[in-house]
Design a protein around this ligand. Structure first.
Ligand code: BTN
Length: 243
């Protein structure tokens, strides 16, 4: 296991993918001070200014069927919600599938990318972006009202190394459980405790269109179950959720 550090990089996910394709071991962590092309979900940009946040990507190699790969995002979200709650003293909530929020504002996102060999996972790159010391006024104006940082929540700056350490402390045991259970298993209950999605009226923007309804549950694969306005149950595999 090793830590690869870069002062500046396009995206830590890109370097982690390259290293993983070249045989980097499980647990290899890529961290940068700054990303020039930080990537969010759905082709969005992720604001990654120098030394103000944790921009990192972890290489994992769980020997599991591909169907279990998306659950790693939910497992990581549990670890992040626990870590960020511990670091700030405020309750962090999980918005399905990959956002960690304080109140209604996002503080952290996860971008998981996977590579498969037939129906087995070859490797996963779990990209984690945490706004640590970003001053509220410094967020780009498009995200000013929907973004927050640990600094804004806590009212004090935090050392980034401590944030990295706390996240890894929480993630390691959960990841072991995920591998041993052969998937989500009992972690589904932990996720439910920390989530802020279920029970709410939501609008889900999926690649196939928009679904409005009530978020009922997640299944054993982490798929979101929604009762739409005609009372029909729908499975949502990937979406942007609005409350
Ligand atoms: C999202 O909420 O849309 C996901 C954001 C993920 C951002 C992190 S920062 C480290 C890693 N490298 C990237 O380019 N993206 C992820």
């Amino acid at each position: 296991q090793s830590i690869v550090f870069r002062p500046t990089i396009d995206s830590t996910n890109n370097l982690a993918q390259e290293l993983a394709n070249n045989g980097a071991l499980e647990g290899t962590l890529v961290i940068a001070d700054e990303q020039e092309q930080g990537r969010g979900r759905r082709g969005r940009n992720w604001y990654s200014p120098p030394r103000s946040g944790v921009w990192m990507s972890l290489i994992l190699r769980p020997q599991l069927p591909l169907a279990h790969a998306p659950q790693i995002t939910l497992v990581t979200a549990i670890a992040l919600a626990k870590a960020l709650t511990r670091l700030t003293g405020e309750r962090a909530g999980i918005k399905w599938p990959n956002d960690i929020l304080f109140g209604k504002k996002k503080c952290c996102g996860i971008l998981t990318e996977m590579s498969a060999e037939f129906d087995q996972i070859h490797h996963l790159v779990v990209g984690i972006g945490i706004n640590v010391n970003v001053a509220q006024a410094d967020f780009p104006k498009e995200i000013q009202d929907i973004a927050t940082s640990l600094r804004a929540v806590k009212g004090a700056t935090l050392p980034r190394a401590k944030v990295v350490q706390t996240v890894l402390e929480e993630l390691e045991p959960l990841y072991r459980q995920y591998v041993e259970n052969g998937g989500f298993g009992t972690l589904r209950e932990d996720w439910k405790q920390m989530n802020i999605t279920l029970g709410k009226e939501i609008v889900a923007h999926t690649a196939q269109g928009t679904i409005r309804g009530r978020a009922l549950d997640i299944d054993e694969f982490g798929v979101l179950l929604v009762e739409d306005q005609s009372g029909e149950q729908k499975k949502i595999y990937s979406a942007d959720i609005m409350f």
